[in-house]
Design a protein around this ligand. Structure first.
Ligand code: MRU
Length: 396
């Protein structure tokens, strides 16, 4: 199925099931693919057809919903405890798909525990319904949370960029700012709107974005393929830069603020995010450019005291040694296969036999982060520069 509404990564309802926009085919084509089982979700996440911390968790949870509902209708469950066991086994498998983003693990812990508890006092139908309602709520909550991240983030960036000037002016009267972002944290990485890219979107809507810069995000090119796609799609004034160009861009005074997403934020604010984030933070500190992290609370791992033990996914070396693009026909249009899908090819650029190290993420120390923006507002460090992310959960 091909869609014109290319910015929705996840489509779901009980009648039609779950579909994801295949992000391997973007920006060449918008093709939705059915996710009919937990195994489908596991392989879609692993292959990065769906990616981005919140989207990974939501697709995982909804894939369990889809398979659970199908098996329930087929009369497979005799007891509520069977449903709980299925949920547990499904998440045990899904947890092995990608290790760094915490959202999937949080969703797995919460849903498994809740359904286990519900199954002890409910019948099969009520247990299935409880699971479906909770998984569906995740989709709705993420969209609502991202909109709040956008509002709080726009205010925080404007406040930081104009801290030394006209502090009494209201946000809407402040001059517009140029913002750089990394990787893809937009509608494609979430249930919609996005986190860091949502803040850029919000600034643009408020008329307070002078320009967006997106990094290519080597080696997987989430910035060049996905963020650039979202920015162009929405007519947001934007420029793509190579990861290695950010220092020069900042030196030229063209960036007022940096905002990135997160895969896992430790209790002290240390943040794992797409590889390259750390060097952006170091450059931002050198150039006195405020550096922000935007993340829903689902990305905060308050059990983790700091970022030193975050597991960093190691990606295949071929992502670095080869570049991927669409095969072209003689007339320079994109070649398609028998299903009309673009034919993707890889071209090796690295010397044969070279060893490769390809971590997918790095950890930015909290000391380099001006504020961490969540749906509840911006969290600023205390006077000693310390973050306490656990405070966000005290009334939860
Ligand atoms: C709102 S998405 C936040 C992060 O998941 C994002 O910045 C990121 O690092 C995505 O990495 P990816 O490897 O594309 O899944």
């Amino acid at each position: 199925m091909t869609s014109t509404c290319a910015r929705i990564a996840i489509r779901y309802d009980r009648e039609h099931g779950l579909q994801i926009l295949d992000q391997l085919l973007l920006p060449y084509q918008s093709v939705y693919e059915a996710v009919a089982s937990v195994n489908d979700a596991h392989s879609a996440i692993r292959q990065m057809k769906v990616r981005g911390a919140p989207a990974i968790a939501i697709v995982a949870a909804l894939s369990v919903a889809v398979e659970l509902q199908r098996r329930y209708v087929a009369g497979e469950w005799q007891q509520a405890a069977d449903v709980a066991r299925f949920v547990q086994a499904s998440f045990d498998h899904l947890r092995t798909s990608r290790p760094t983003a915490v959202n999937l693990f949080r969703a797995a812990d919460t849903l498994t525990r809740d359904i286990h508890d519900i199954a002890t006092t409910s019948n099969v139908a009520a247990t299935v319904e409880a699971y479906l309602a909770r998984a569906e709520q995740m989709l709705a909550d993420d969209l609502a949370d991202n909109r709040q991240v956008g509002v709080h983030g726009a205010a925080a960036l404007l406040q930081a960029c104009h801290a030394s000037t006209a502090s009494s002016r209201a946000d809407e009267a402040r001059p517009s700012i140029a913002v750089l972002t990394h990787c893809n944290t937009g509608a494609l990485a979430t249930a919609g709107f996005g986190t860091a890219l949502g803040i850029i979107r919000q600034l643009h809507r408020q008329g307070q974005l002078s320009h967006a810069y997106c990094t290519e995000t080597r080696p997987y090119a989430q910035g060049a393929r996905l963020t650039a796609y979202e920015l162009v799609h929405e007519d947001i004034p934007a420029t793509l830069v190579g990861d290695a160009m950010v220092g020069a861009l900042m030196q030229a005074g063209r960036v007022d603020a940096v905002v990135v997403g997160a895969d896992r934020v430790a209790a002290n604010g240390d943040t794992a995010n797409k590889i390259g984030t750390y060097q952006l933070a170091v450059l931002a500190a050198h150039h006195n450019v405020p550096f922000f992290v935007a993340a829903p609370k689902t990305s905060i791992d308050r059990q983790l005291p700091d970022g030193s033990s975050i597991e960093i996914e190691e990606r295949p070396g071929c992502e670095l040694t080869d570049v991927r693009g669409a095969a072209l026909r003689e007339d320079r249009t994109i070649a398609v296969d028998e299903h009309g899908r673009p034919m993707l090819q890889t071209i090796r650029v690295a010397a044969p036999n070279i060893h490769v190290w390809n971590p997918g993420f790095d950890v930015t120390p909290a000391s380099l982060i001006r504020a961490i923006i969540t749906e509840q507002g911006a969290v600023w460090p205390d006077e000693q520069g310390r973050y306490d992310m656990a405070q966000l959960f005290t009334n939860a």
